[in-house]
Design a protein. Structure first.
Length: 304
């Protein structure tokens, strides 16, 4: 959050709150930058640290060597076609790359969206909503943008480039294979990144052997299409719109089946509802022509 420009907001909040207070800080990691913030805003803090309880056996790690950036993108497409994850996060090392890779994936028929620190908060919210409600299957993100990302049943993590240090690599792949589920972690690397492989081998205490890429004929298949579509309603908590109101409007007389309605997310001034792709036109018409709380709200389909 600090890297994404929230430091001024944090400082402004701290200036307004009483000096006599209790301040709690929770962080998955504790780098020097966070330590300096803690020392500045906390009073005689006590640290409580817990050991990791993640079961490494739930994650299958695979490493693939590529020759250049062109083959790296090809490898990414092949891996997505081989494993066909319903939800996957692709990690890039720069913000520019996240948008470039997401655009490339979309051009090849994948449901993908970029998540990086240059996005406005509303754009970021939309990306996360669409990913979590299964309207988008691939989230292309930087490490900074993905911090705090909590997505249930994340099937795969793909490192488009290796992380800059081994600890970050562990945090990346640890986002899959949670809560007893199995997960896949694939990492792409070039000869120039071989030193990172050596560091990872020391960190993981294991020998890393590159696997052959999936067969090229997989690109002949049509990429899997996300099961859901996302509709945005220009009304939210401040307009007293509730999830039950949206569900009722969709499934009422001549409406769509309740099983076709997915996650409903409500913010202050708008709401998002996921509906099955095969009935989204009917859902759009139903909400657009109907009323919520006795009022008509603008409703639109959220797509790239």
């Amino acid at each position: 959050m600090l890297d994404m420009g929230f430091q001024p907001s944090l400082d402004a909040i701290v200036e307004k709150i009483p000096k006599d207070r209790q301040t709690l800080l929770f962080s998955a990691t504790y780098p020097d930058e966070i330590q300096s913030v803690a020392q500045r805003i906390m009073v005689k803090p006590v640290m409580a640290q817990v050991e990791s309880t993640h079961d490494k056996s739930t994650i299958q790690q695979h490493f693939f060597k590529v020759d250049d950036d062109k083959q790296r993108l090809l490898a990414l497409r092949l891996l997505l076609q081989k494993y066909t994850p319903e939800s996957s996060v692709v990690f890039c090392n720069t913000k520019r790359e996240t948008q470039e890779i997401a655009n490339q994936l979309v051009s090849h028929g994948f449901g993908a969206v970029a998540l990086n620190g240059d996005l406005e908060q509303r754009e970021r919210d939309q990306a996360l909503v669409r990913f979590s409600n299964k309207s988008i299957s691939v989230l292309v993100a930087t490490d900074v943008a993905a911090r705090g990302l909590d997505i249930e049943a994340l099937d795969a993590v793909i490192n488009y480039q290796l992380a800059r240090d081994s600890e970050v690599h562990i945090h990346r792949i640890g986002r899959t294979g949670r809560a007893g589920s199995k997960g896949i972690a694939c990492s792409l690397y070039s000869e120039k990144e071989h030193y990172k492989i050596a560091l990872l081998e020391d960190y993981l205490d294991q020998l890393i052997v590159a696997e052959p890429l999936p067969p090229i004929h997989l690109l002949e298949k049509t990429p899997p299409i996300p099961a859901m579509e996302t509709l945005q309603i220009d009304g939210g908590k401040k307009q007293k719109v509730r999830a039950g109101d949206i569900l009722g409007a969709l499934t009422g007389k001549d409406g769509i089946p309740g099983t076709a309605v997915g996650k409903i997310n409500i913010s202050d001034n708008w709401a998002y509802v996921a509906v099955s792709r095969d009935v989204y036109k009917e859902a759009l018409q139903k909400l657009g022509q109907g009323k919520l709380k006795g009022r008509s709200f603008r409703v639109r389909l959220i797509r790239d």
